[in-house]
Design a protein around this ligand. Structure first.
Ligand SMILES: [Zn+2]
Length: 471
């Protein structure tokens, strides 16, 4: 069964890869790439007279179709592949938007078109393309929306990715706000936004892929590996390699919530520089687990950080607002936009951190809130055994700040309940991490560190049929 599946996957993959690659490589060849239609991202997606390209639609307002609106572009470079999906997509060669040309904005000839996903995106324009993972069960493809704003002036290519874990919603909304707030004619460089990388998980409100693997353990991927590895490879090659910097948006996991914070491997000078751009955002040094998007991207020469905010399965506006402002600040820091007045230029605050775990199981109620400053010996919360009625108080081992914490819930013994940050200048953090690990435990189960350092009780309720960390 495994053989059969991988066999069919391989054949499908080759056709898709060839067609997609042909797009990337053919820039200098005779056959021109289809031009991506310039769209105004502010315009609503028209009610389709054909089935929608992808599930991007729930994010976008559905209204009556103004005559001037251009339908979303699609990346089905190979019509044969598209028809095989059972979900027809728009023909890229036959742009329907009669007024598409009218939307053309002044463009600087000095900025060449962005060639990506089998399309050419002209400078000074915006486009809504799709990334089609090369691998999917039974050849059913889910096209993942990729929004692009290609500025009229030269500059970096900043990529924003969200929902690599399919149940982490704040980043989806953050990416939408950032992308829809950009003006291509005034942007220096390019912003590529992928609001939902893990569509499989998103559809199921799950952190994981359909095979219960954590996609954020498989970057940069392997075209001949597991399903997760193939999806990771496709995304990495088709999208990530176009980026000159990347911000991967995440939230806490398993009923934990995080104060907005950037996680970055500060050993990399480019990453350290990038991390300074997020305004008054907490900064946490961590290498990042092997296979995470940010680590793989950084190792491939694309400096990357994770932006954490809030918890999974929740859309909280406070977290979204902070993330939005942090990325606006970054756009200014990277000199991609000129004016930014939401925040002054507040400095980030750097932290090292430790987790405090529940010593016993039971119902946890916290006495502290996210962002609170606590002193050593201060009461963090209580855990009450619902059967024996024994109540245990949990006191802080550190003086620091609550960067992440469990929501009130039933916890098992050992559950990572409070993530406490201890302020330090970045130089000290690097010096410490270069030496022994000290008393600091490695970051457990969070956005990205998942349960590699934790016991099985921190796995999701849906018992994985196989270890999600093993390929
Ligand atoms: Zn995550």
């Amino acid at each position: 069964m495994v053989d059969a599946r991988s066999g069919s996957d391989a054949s499908v993959e080759s056709s898709v890869t060839v067609s997609a690659r042909a797009g990337s490589v053919a820039a200098g060849k005779a056959e021109p790439l289809p031009k991506a239609q310039n769209i105004d991202l502010e315009d609503p997606v028209p009610a389709p007279d054909q089935p929608p390209v992808a599930i991007g639609e729930p994010l976008l307002p559905q209204t009556e179709t103004p005559a001037s609106v251009v339908p979303p572009a699609s990346v089905a470079a190979d019509p044969g592949v598209a028809s095989g999906s059972g979900q027809p997509v728009a023909e890229p060669q036959a742009p329907e938007g009669a007024d598409g040309a009218a939307l053309q904005v002044t463009q600087d000839a000095a900025v060449p078109p962005l060639v990506i996903l089998g399309k050419e995106v002209e400078s000074g324009t915006s486009a809504r393309l799709s990334w089609v993972p090369a691998q999917s069960f039974e050849g059913i493809f889910s096209a993942t929306p990729v929004m692009i704003v290609h500025g009229s002036r030269p500059g970096p290519v900043l990529c924003l990715t969200a929902a690599v874990h399919g149940d982490e919603l704040n980043g989806i909304e953050t990416v939408r706000r950032v992308l829809y707030g950009l003006d291509a004619s005034r942007l220096s460089g390019t912003v590529i936004g992928v609001p939902i990388v893990n569509l499989q998980g998103f559809h199921r409100s799950s952190r994981y892929l359909a095979d219960r693997r954590d996609l954020n353990r498989f970057f940069p991927g392997d075209p001949n590996g597991s399903l997760a590895s193939r999806i990771a490879h496709s995304f990495f090659e088709e999208v990530v390699r176009h980026c000159s910097a990347l911000v991967d948006l995440h939230t806490g996991s398993y009923h934990r919530t995080n104060m907005p914070q950037v996680r970055a491997d500060l050993h990399h000078p480019e990453v350290l520089e990038l991390s300074r751009g997020f305004g008054a955002t907490v900064m946490l040094h961590s290498d990042g687990a092997v296979g995470t998007l940010r680590r793989a991207a950084t190792e491939a020469g694309v400096p990357a950080v994770t932006l954490e905010a809030g918890g999974s399965m929740l859309l909280d506006e406070k977290s979204v607002n902070h993330s939005f402002q942090a990325i606006q600040s970054l756009l200014h820091h990277l000199e991609m936009v000129s004016k930014f007045s939401l925040w002054g230029q507040p400095e980030p605050v750097f932290y090292k951190s430790s987790w405090q775990r529940a010593p016993v199981g039971g119902v946890i109620f916290s006495s502290v809130k996210l962002g609170d400053t606590v002193t050593r010996g201060e009461l963090l919360g209580t855990i009450t055994n619902p059967i024996t009625n024994v109540r245990t108080e949990l006191f802080s081992n550190y003086t620091g700040r609550i960067l992440g914490m469990a929501l009130n819930q039933f916890v098992q013994p050992g559950f990572a309940a409070y993530h406490i940050g201890i302020q330090a200048p970045p130089e000290d953090l690097l010096a410490e991490s270069a030496g022994s690990a000290g008393a600091n435990e490695p970051l457990p189960v969070d956005e990205e560190s998942d349960s590699s350092s934790s016991s099985s009780y921190e796995m999701p309720e849906e018992d994985p049929v196989e270890a999600p960390l093993e390929d």
